[in-house]
Design a protein around this ligand. Structure first.
Ligand SMILES: Nc1ncnc2c1ncn2[C@@H]1O[C@H](COP(=O)(O)OP(=O)(O)O)[C@@H](O)[C@H]1O
Ligand SMILES: [Mg+2]
Ligand SMILES: [Zn+2]
Length: 484
């Protein structure tokens, strides 16, 4: 007898319908095969499903059992197929009604004792189910709040036996309400950073204009400390952005079950030893990388010059287009990656450059290869390049600085001005920008970036126009001598 269950594969972030067909020939020789391009984790469902069915005190079908995952051309990755495979087998052996199963989609990994485990990508699977007009999704309890975000009714089942009882009409698991909005987490505060007024100002501009920022200077001056405080200045994500970020984090399996909707802008800080595919995405299974996990948020590259050059160069596409596209034999996936880049670096390998009280011991050759790591093209993507000098003793002893909350208020105001007012340049501002293009010189991209920074500065100032002084301040952050 043939039976079917419906689930979805997730390709990139997109759900693709997958039919799980189970065929049981009771008279055939005992065998259990899964066909339809399963990867290793998916093929191992044979062991988990057999054990799970037995643990649920149900009968594993006798004879020859074949499971086909259709369409066969689409690679099936991971363990989320366990539950639909088990349910299709149970329907094929008449232990649950096919009619009831057909009204549901299912996803989840089975433990050997029949309990259900959470898998990544349930939001996309649930979106697929909703598009098919299926009202309900059988899933592990931890995945239920995430599934509810897609507008389907999750049926949380902790054990295969519960799923079976429910489909037999013996159990009515209460529907899960859409999860409550998450509480914003406590973030490190800008008040802890003493002095460094210029760097703080740049951080405020970067927050308001979502602009890329590089802190350069000797070690121990607070560069990392400052960069890690950028998230505390950013407004929460709006509904559309929150759902986009949640989709990406769902596929990566990063959602917290108790607060699946990501409301705070993501903050990602990969280690400098991270591979290119860890940073931009890809690898087996086409996973989103740090650039996509930082979508609508901040990507911090701490100690920029320590990162492998190919990884840095691979960031140029997302920095320009806001997407990462990955083409592989298994298919092509496009992940959004509109992040704000913040980076820190020393001015030389020994760190002494830029420090008045130390002497650089780097050879010219070592210095040259350090600089060569960072291409002009990459440096050109930083709107704001800021020297962070060693603070004077008086600065460190000063009163605590302004708090993140106070700065965040100005940032939010500037954001709303940028969204509503045209903020055109005065003729003086225009003339200054044109002169700078020749004198610096400034590339076309550089000019556009300075113009944007100037607009952000004008919005922070609360005026209606972009004045020459705003352009002048923006230009000061592009000064290449910071890195000379
Ligand atoms: N401006 C500052 N205000 C307060 N503490 C600072 C400042 N600069 C450095 N520190 C202290 O020094 C430590 C190292 O700072 P860090 O941000 O890691 O330096 P960097 O990244 O520039 O090497 C911090 O954890 C902090 O305790
Ligand atoms: Mg540091
Ligand atoms: Zn040095």
């Amino acid at each position: 007898m043939l039976a079917r269950a419906v689930t979805h594969a997730v390709v990139g972030l997109e759900p693709r319908r997958v039919e799980v067909e189970a065929d049981v020939h009771e008279t055939g020789l005992p065998a259990f095969a899964i066909v339809g391009l399963p990867d290793r984790a998916c093929a191992e469902a044979r062991t988990r499903v057999r054990s799970g069915i037995v643990s649920a005190e149900l009968d594993f079908p006798r004879g020859r059992v074949t499971v086909n995952l259709a369409p066969a051309g689409l690679r099936k990755e991971g363990s989320g197929y366990d539950l639909p495979i088990a349910l299709a087998l149970l329907a094929a052996s008449r232990q649950i009604p096919q009619g009831e199963l057909s009204r549901h989609a299912a996803v989840g990994e089975l433990a050997l004792d029949g309990r259900l485990r959470r898998v990544g990508g349930v939001l996309a699977v649930a979106e697929g189910a909703r598009r098919l007009g299926l009202e309900r999704l059988l899933c592990p309890p931890e995945s239920a709040p995430e599934a509810a975000l897609a507008g389907v009714r999750p049926v949380p089942v902790a054990h295969l036996a519960e799923a079976v009882a429910y489909l037999r009409g013996e159990l009515d698991p209460e529907a899960v309400e859409p999860p409550p909005e998450p509480e914003p987490a406590a973030l490190p505060d800008l008040a802890e950073v003493r002095g460094q007024e210029r760097a703080r100002r740049a951080l405020e501009i970067a927050a308001a204009g979502r602009q890329n920022l590089l802190f350069a200077g000797p070690p121990g001056t607070g560069k990392t400390m400052l960069a890690r405080r950028l998230p505390s200045l950013l407004p929460p994500l709006d509904d559309a952005a929150a759902l986009e970020v949640t989709r990406i984090h769902s596929v990566a399996g990063l959602l917290a079950p108790e607060q699946p909707l990501v409301r705070t802008p993501p903050f990602r800080a990969p280690h400098h030893s991270a591979s290119t595919s860890a940073i931009v995405g890809g690898g087996p299974g086409i996973r989103p990388g740090e650039a996509s996990l930082a979508h609508h948020g901040v990507l911090l590259l701490d100690e920029l010059a320590e990162f492998a050059r190919p990884a840095l160069e691979a960031l140029r596409q997302p920095l320009e287009d806001g997407v990462v596209s990955i083409a592989r034999a298994a298919g092509r996936a496009v992940f959004p990656a509109r992040f704000q880049l913040v980076a820190t670096m020393n001015l030389c390998p020994c760190g002494a450059r830029g420090d008045g009280s130390a002497i650089c011991s780097c050879t010219a050759q070592r210095l040259a290869s350090y600089r060569a790591k960072l291409s002009r093209a990459l440096l050109d993507r930083f709107d704001l390049v800021v020297a962070v000098p060693r603070p004077r003793a008086a600065e460190l002893a000063a009163e605590p600085s302004e708090s993140s909350a106070a700065v965040a208020e100005r940032v939010a105001l500037a954001r709303s001005r940028l969204a509503s007012a045209p903020l055109r340049r005065t003729s003086d501002a225009d003339a200054l920008l044109s002169r700078a293009v020749d004198r610096l010189p400034l590339s076309g991209r550089g000019r556009a970036r300075v113009a944007r920074t100037a607009r952000t500065i004008a919005a922070l100032a609360g005026g209606e126009e972009v004045h020459a002084e705003h352009v002048a301040e923006a230009l000061a952050y592009r000064s290449p001598q910071e890195l000379a």
